[in-house]
Design a protein around this ligand. Structure first.
Ligand code: PYC
Length: 325
């Protein structure tokens, strides 16, 4: 175990990404699969300590990053984690990583590729510091899936993959309900999916639930009764993440899953812009290209660096691996 390593904290639309560098934890030169094996195995303490108290918080996503090299031509790699395990991909996290690389002067405006456990993704740092990325191929797996919650309430939705597995269902409550009500509603659905054995392709666990309703601008108007941004097409979402927290950002992989569903129904044309808004009001702008049996989704958003810390592991600190670690 190293005595210390440095971490850059960023947020994307309110959702934290804790960025650390593979070279600082002895993983330089390893492929994404090799790094994932190490991190899942003997190095899992890094995930635990950065996502639990007193050092971290369970609602942060972490990213172990190998920067791209040779003027961005050689792909980098990223392993994302949260308080319960490792993510295939993470959209808000990728935007946070690019901002961290810009801050460290490891990336200038341009396009780079990164290997992730879910496949290779591409991200462009734009001149105005916005980040535009194309995730892994996304697809709508099943439509009109009904599940019954413990209280007898039946919910219908779609199962889709956007780098992680999602159950997406319409719910007007995203406009006005409190966070604890939304947590409750989405957790009841997650529980119903588990109890009824509803899964993604090849038995994949559906560990994200996405509730969606109209954008916050949909029925607003100015004092003159002129609709605000009437041309905006999109939805407001609440995403329950695997570890039981909600995504403060609009959720990149959830946005990809949503566009795959819209494309499958023919409700959004290739290239048309879609706004995905989180319950914090932060937004991503997305569009897709058709790839036959999947869609390629491109998402634009922005992150900010909020802290640069040196994490110290004092051998005399009984809680250096986190409470319960
Ligand atoms: O942005 O893809 C995402 C994400 C997944 C979990 C939290 N954020």
């Amino acid at each position: 175990m190293p005595d210390s390593f440095s971490v850059l904290d960023t947020h994307t639309g309110g959702e934290i990404t804790r960025v650390l560098f593979a070279a600082d934890i002895g993983l330089a030169g390893q492929s994404v699969d090799q790094q994932l094996d190490q991190l899942r195995g003997p190095m899992d303490w890094i995930r635990k300590t950065l996502t639990s108290e007193p050092r971290g918080t369970e609602y942060a996503v972490g990213a172990v990053v190998t920067p791209p090299e040779e003027d961005l031509k050689r792909p980098g790699c990223i392993v994302f984690f949260n308080n319960v395990g490792y993510l295939g991909m993470c959209g808000h996290g990728l935007i946070g990583v690019i901002e961290a690389l810009r801050y460290r002067e490891s990336m200038r405006p341009g396009t780079a590729r990164f290997a992730t456990p879910a496949g290779t993704v591409q991200a462009t740092l734009e001149a105005d510091r916005r980040v535009c990325f194309t995730g892994v191929p996304s697809r709508c797996y099943r439509q009109d899936v009904a599940v019954t919650c413990r209280d007898g309430h039946q919910v219908e939705g779609e199962i889709a993959y956007g780098g992680n597995w999602f159950f997406l269902t319409p719910d007007e409550a995203v406009r006005s309900a409190t966070i604890s009500e939304l947590m409750d509603r989405s957790q009841r659905i997650r529980d119903a999916l588990d109890r009824q054995g509803v899964r993604g392709e090849n038995g994949a666990l559906i560990d994200h639930v996405e509730l969606y309703g109209p954008l916050s601008t949909a029925d607003q108007s100015t004092a003159d009764n002129i609709p605000l941004a009437a041309e905006e097409v999109g939805c407001r979402t609440f995403v329950l993440c695997p570890g039981g927290h909600y995504d403060r950002s609009p959720c990149g992989t959830g946005t990809s899953a949503k566009l795959a569903c819209l494309a499958a129904r023919g409700w959004l044309q290739p290239g048309a812009e879609w706004i995905q808004e989180s319950v914090t009001g932060s937004r991503f702008v997305a569009s897709y290209q058709d790839q036959g049996d999947a869609v390629e989704v491109t998402i634009r958003g922005r992150a900010h660096v909020i802290a640069e810390t040196r994490q110290i592991f004092d051998p005399e600190d009984a809680l250096r691996l986190g409470i319960g670690g």
